[in-house]
Design a protein around this ligand. Structure first.
Ligand SMILES: [Zn+2]
Length: 104
């Protein structure tokens, strides 16, 4: 990996450039390919891809469907993606009422 500011070679997992002290890419939250829980049609593979590549989910679904119908690869790829791509982490809501119980 290269520092964007001074152009020197730095460690791949570095957060700060060792030469100029500038923050580098690793500090930015990495985008992950996940299957979202909301808005999915089947397993959320197309929706996950659309969000990852920042394209319209309808375009992804149509492309995937056409590929599946014409070649059959799309269907296989969907099943593989279903297995391989992790589900979006479940957002756990904070327990309600527990604080009140301890106050009593
Ligand atoms: Zn630098």
């Amino acid at each position: 990996m290269y520092c964007n500011y001074c152009g020197k070679v730095i460690q791949d997992d570095a957060n700060v450039c060792a030469y100029c002290g500038t923050r580098v890419g690793a500090s930015v939250a990495r985008k992950r390919l996940v299957r979202p829980r909301l808005g999915r049609k089947i397993a959320g593979v197309c929706l996950g891809c659309a969000e990852y590549f920042d394209i319209d989910v309808t375009v992804v679904r149509l492309t995937w469907l056409l590929t599946a119908l014409m070649t059959g690869i799309g269907l296989l790829a969907y099943v593989i993606a279903w297995i391989v791509v992790p589900e979006e982490p479940l957002l756990l809501s904070a327990p309600v009422g527990r604080e009140r119980v301890t106050q009593l």
